[in-house]
Design a protein around this ligand. Structure first.
Ligand code: LLP
Length: 433
């Protein structure tokens, strides 16, 4: 199935990822455990690169949105595959630096960057700083002036598009904390401020219309809105901006019913709209940036848990409790996110029961799924949750002082731990005596 090619059922009937038996992985590394397929991640990176080459003459760059999953190993992989990197905090930027990521290919985001973060971006020589608001633009101008340098700036614009996604993860419309509104004239004022500031170099515009989007049309509409605005900027100020960043948001398969768009179809349509609009407006096709996060790592990862108790409340429901939960995956608690669950030892067998999968945290809302179908499972068995590679580890917490699980990467050269399991000692490391 699209996006899940790295998952198979082996001759023992066990779920395998990248050819590795998940029961053997759970045995070796313990549970809860994140496992990611290196081949799947690299292939997703290549899909973006190839589609930009094929449909847009290579005049663009896909930058992996590291908020989906950030660690040194993923930064290195992404770099080896020729992608850029989107970071959104000093922590993500520091990780990129520690992985020797080329700073000219880093895009620095954030709706409320601190002066320390902006200073760090200038010192590291980050290639593009995406400004969110006028305060930030002024601060950046002053910081760059104090350093005797010029800051490369893009402006985050709200194109006002409803991308039909969960309200919590929709960021493109006017009532959003992110970016400059077009309708109010705020975006044009920001452009004028940036163009008039000696220590800012305005290189283009950015927009991000939401996440887990399955249609191409909202992206095409965003392209039109943004290019028309670039046309307006040209008429009003004479400036021809050279770059357009379309953000991320491409949907992935969490459950069989999800039908993600093939990236090359996306790029084919979007590239055609860009060319068409630019022709009408009479200016050169811009360098295009994309910021895929979920679609690079999401389906590439799975979580393995050990089942503890199985509690049947007659006539009500059956709770299958696992040794992790909202601390490693808060997405059901936050967004009622859908997932696919499998008994790892009988992955190919029919699912014969409907259960609620509960975590071990002291919170009734600590569930991973309700009314989900599953094979029979007994205490001690391994439960797999699919497509947990994005926004799971990166959103994990130490609630109830549970250590965060490790992340193991399976690849052609075997498997390796890319983030080690936290120890109890790690949990008290920052406590004062
Ligand atoms: N670029 C910008 C400016 C973004 O804000 C985001 C995501 C991305 C790129 C990457 O979007 P993606 O391709 O991953 O959809 N925690 C939520 C998702 C929040 C997304 C925030 N921004 C979740 O677990 O679904």
């Amino acid at each position: 199935m699209l996006g899940w090619e790295h998952l198979t059922v082996n001759s023992l009937g066990h779920l395998a990822i990248g050819g590795r038996d998940t029961l053997a992985l759970a045995e070796e590394y313990g549970t809860p455990l994140f496992v990611m397929s290196e081949e799947a991640i690299r292939e997703n990176c290549r899909l973006y690169r190839r589609s930009i080459e094929r449909f847009y003459g290579g005049n663009g760059l896909a930058a992996y949105a590291s908020k989906a999953f950030c660690c040194k190993a993923i930064c290195r992989m992404v770099q080896e595959e020729g992608l850029g990197l989107d970071v959104v905090s000093a922590g993500e930027l520091y990780t990129a630096k520690a992985a020797d990521f080329p700073m000219d290919k880093v895009i620095f985001h954030g709706s409320n960057k601190t002066a320390e973060e902006l200073t760090m971006a200038l010192e590291y020589g980050v290639g593009r700083i995406v400004a969110d608001n006028l305060t930030e633009l002024r601060t950046l101008d002053a910081l760059a002036a104090a350093k005797g340098t010029t800051a490369p700036v893009m402006l985050r614009v709200k194109p006002g598009i409803d991308a039909h996604t969960h309200e919590f993860i929709r960021t493109g419309q006017i009532d959003s904390k992110f970016g400059f509104a077009l309708e109010t004239g705020e975006a044009l004022a920001a452009v004028k401020l940036a163009l008039g500031s000696k220590n800012l170099r305005l290189i283009g515009l950015h927009c991000h219309i939401g996440s887990q989007i399955f249609e191409i049309d909202p992206f095409c509409l965003a392209v039109k809105v943004m290019l028309e605005f670039m046309g307006l900027i040209c008429r009003e100020t004479g400036a021809v901006l050279g770059e357009l960043n379309l953000g991320g948001g491409f949907g992935i398969r969490y459950i069989a019913e999800n039908d993600p768009v093939a990236y090359d179809r996306y790029m084919e349509k979007v590239a055609a709209v860009v060319r068409d609009c630019c022709k009408k407006l009479g200016f050169p096709a811009p360098f295009l940036l994309l910021e895929p996060g979920r679609s690079i790592v999401g389906a590439a990862g799975i979580t393995l848990y050990q089942v503890g108790s199985v509690k049947t409340i007659p006539g009500i429901r059956t709770y299958v409790s696992v040794d992790g939960g909202m601390g490693d995956n808060p997405r059901y608690a936050l967004y009622q996110a859908d997932y696919t669950f499998l008994a790892a030892a009988r992955a190919g067998e029919p699912k014969t029961q409907t259960v609620t999968v509960a975590g071990k945290y002291c919170e009734s809302g600590d569930l991973l799924g309700e009314n989900v179908s599953l094979q029979e499972v007994a205490p001690g068995e391994i439960l797999a949750v699919l497509a947990t590679g994005a926004y799971n580890y990166s959103m994990a917490s130490n609630y109830n002082r549970n250590p965060r699980p490790p992340v193991v990467l399976v690849g052609e050269k075997g498997d390796r731990v890319i983030i080690r399991r936290e120890s109890l000692e790690d949990l008290i490391r920052n406590d004062s005596d």
